[in-house]
Design a protein around this ligand. Structure first.
Ligand SMILES: [Zn+2]
Length: 305
């Protein structure tokens, strides 16, 4: 599942690939994904992309007619950009194949699955295309006026972004009085958005705080953050920024929004390393896996207290 750094990398790739381009047509190959597509999705034809933003794990594509095209990658969504040369031979119709009548794209050789999971295809007036592929179909697409963005149900209840000006004081306020574990509190999108399972594990390991520690214990009685919480806030920002930087380093050319870019491999310090030695210098502990609220948590009992 793409976490915040992956989504941010896709945002940068889309910004590089489709900014200031005018959508000539959009091929819609099914009714929807997790939810039905908006009825007026085809009306993005004729608009120009003026920005690509991100809020939590939602991509927000600003159109020049004052509307916003929202895209969430769900479990397995990804965008692939094709140059005008690559797209020149591709038909513009909804190709129906013998494959059970499933409409497929002409780009299956690149996007995989014979093209049958290429649910949306944006054709730009310069001949380039952006193809959205999503085999598990948990993605979300929505379209609304920018004026209504703050009121969108998907966006209105989200907590703060984990970057500046988000501070340890903000986190302390969110954790005050909460008896749940710090790991689960960090996964709560009202505490902070987009930290996710992997980066919660990584940030707690780097800070030396046990994922089982009660969230409220990281807040002083006067409501101020403890020293550990100040460190944790910094480590959350750092692990996310490092992941974004490593993903961003793959963004060298136009064709960068490919599967490899959206799901780049990282060198995790603790995540997925059950039974292996802790990578902190001089620790000597062994990484353990526990389950918290049906999610795997990886941590080192030796250096995380
Ligand atoms: Zn350790």
């Amino acid at each position: 599942m793409p976490e915040l750094p992956e989504v941010e990398t896709v945002r940068q790739g889309l910004l590089q690939g489709v900014l200031n381009k005018t959508i000539e047509d959009v091929l819609i190959r099914r009714e929807g994904l997790r939810y039905p597509f908006p009825d007026d999705l085809a009306t993005v034809a004729g608009t120009t992309v003026v920005d690509v933003r991100r809020r939590a794990k939602y991509l927000l594509i600003d159109l020049d007619d004052g509307r916003v095209l929202l895209s969430h990658l769900g479990m397995s969504g990804r965008y692939t950009l094709f140059s005008a040369d690559e797209a020149a031979e591709a038909p513009r119709s909804l190709l129906t194949t013998v494959n059970g009548g499933v409409p497929v794209s002409a780009f299956g050789g690149t996007t995989g699955y014979g093209g049958k999971h290429d649910h949306l295809e944006f054709i730009f007036t310069d001949g380039t295309r952006a193809v959205y592929t999503d085999p598990r179909r948990f993605g979300i697409v929505d379209l609304f006026s920018a004026d209504d963005e703050a009121a969108q149900p998907l966006l209105s209840s989200l907590g703060p972004e984990p970057f500046d000006p988000w501070s340890a004081e903000d986190l302390a306020q969110a954790l005050s009085g909460r008896k749940t574990s710090i790991k689960l509190a960090l996964l709560d999108q009202k505490t902070v958005v987009g930290v996710g399972n992997i980066y919660a594990c990584e940030a707690l390991h780097r800070t030396g705080v046990s994922p089982k520690r009660q969230a409220m214990k990281l807040v002083k009685k006067n409501g101020q953050p403890t020293a550990a919480l100040v460190r944790l806030t910094g480590c959350i920002k750092t692990v996310l920024k490092e992941a974004i930087a490593s993903g961003g380093s793959t963004l060298n050319d136009f064709a960068a929004v490919d599967g490899a870019m959206g799901y780049f491999a990282h060198d995790f310090q603790v995540y997925g390393r059950e039974g292996q030695p802790c990578m902190k210098a001089g620790c000597g502990g062994v990484v353990r896996r526990i389950v918290q609220s049906n999610r795997s948590t990886f941590y080192c009992p030796q250096c995380q207290r």
